[in-house]
Design a protein around this ligand. Sequence first.
Ligand code: CP
Length: 299
Amino acid sequence: MAHFTSLDELSTHEIERLIGRGLQLKQGAPVQPLPTKTVANLFFEHSTRTKCSFDMAEHHLGLHILPFETATSSVQKGETLLDTCKTLQAIGVDALVIRHGETGYYEQLQQQLSIPIINAGDGSGQHPSQSLLDLMTMYEAYGHVTGKTIVICGDLRHSRVARSNTQVLQRLGATVIGSGPREWFDETMGIAYRKMDEAVATSDIIMLLRVQHERHVDDYPFATEAYHERYGLTEKRMKWIRPDAIVLHPAPVNRGVEIAEALVEHPQSRIFDQMTNGVFARMAILERAFETSTTKETR
Ligand code: CP
């Protein structure tokens, strides 16, 4: 079963194949339409980029999309995630794209379902389709990440983007460091901490993270301006970055907090390229889900 729940489950060869396929699709490589397959997108947390780019990827692949909204479904009557998914499988859905606030929600589902689950983000756990589009963006810039230094800046503790990216980047031979508030640094991620000034000046890739207010249990301890000055990509710090360095942010961006307003569309920013790449990364992920299930069906 070609679940796509964490890049940890995939070999580095398979990850590089998906990056390559995403880049080919962006260049206009032909697709094999999948009009007999139906997908449902289940978003239990809010989303703009991930939901809309999965929708767009599904349209590009000719997939049928079964509309599903948590607000008008029997989730509101207490239906469990497992029962919702088993219901959709029973009525003929061929794959599920799921975002859910519970870290690792997919572990039980994987045992109970016979259709692929594509993880569109689980709590503070993993965001593998974001990592794939981030990797595509890095490969567009450098052709590879081996030997590159990536600093992930900001709210690491609450970030599934940070966790997904750290693991896969290290496997692909990159050095990952962390920066931002010490309170939000996560020692369990196995990366070194650097102060922001040093980190941005010595990295090839500067990955900024949104402050994840919705996952904080304590009050936000910083005034916006103070956070930006201490831990943001300010116009002053931007002058110190390497001439070929690139700036990433998974978005939504808090302009003037993680990054200065004027830098969001700076020539070295790849923030909107990441969003474009998200469509092609997700097409590659969906193709994989159906390639494998078709292969199994014909065995
Ligand atoms: N980067 C990201 O996951 O954005 P959304 O929450 O808008 O999907």
